[in-house]
Design a protein around this ligand. Sequence first.
Ligand SMILES: [Zn+2]
Length: 194
Amino acid sequence: MGTDRDLIGEGPCPCGNGKIRVTRCSPDHPWGGEAWYENELACAACGRTYTFARSDQMLEKRDRLVLRKDVAEREEHWKEYLAKTRAIMAMPATQQMLAKATTLLDQQQSVAAKFRFLNHHGLAGMSESTFRKRFRDSDSYLKDLGAGSLRKIAAMIGTDNPEISTALADAAKCHERHSKPIPTVTTGISGLVA
Ligand SMILES: [Zn+2]
C-alpha cells in the first residue's frame, strides 16, 4: 500500500527567488483514509526566515507559513513561564503555604473527607474513585498540583501571601504572551491556510 501524492499548490516564496510547493497526500487504499499535507520551501534564504506551522484551528489540516522568529519567541515565553513557576514552587513562602495546607488536609480523617475538602476548594479535578487510586499523601498531592493551584491553596488555608501573588501574576504574563497566536504569513498558495 502506498501513498497518493498530488501537487495542489505552487507559488513563489516571500523573497521571490524560490518556490513553495504543497502536496496533498492520501493513502491509496480502496477505502481511502485521511489526507495530510506536505510543504516544501525551496529557497535557502527564506528557509532561514520562515517555517511551516500547524493551523491553530483544530480540524484544519493545512499548515501555514510563519516567521521562525515568532515560533522562537513563543518557545522563549514558555521556557520563561516554566522557569518562573519552578522558582515560585521553591520560594520559602510557598513552602510554608504548602506545609500549612498539608497539615490542614491531614486533619481530614478519611480519604473521602480529603477528597470532599479538596473538591470544595476546586483542587480535586477528578472523580472520587480516581482520587482514591491516585492519592498517596497530602504533601505530595499538594506539591504535584503545581504553581497554577497556589491561589486556590491560599484560599483553602485562608491566608493569602502578597509575595506569591505578585510572582504568580508575573508568571501569568509569560503564559499569556506564550498563548498569543503566531501570526500567519499570507502566501495565497493553494494548500496553505492563507
Ligand atoms: Zn525565498
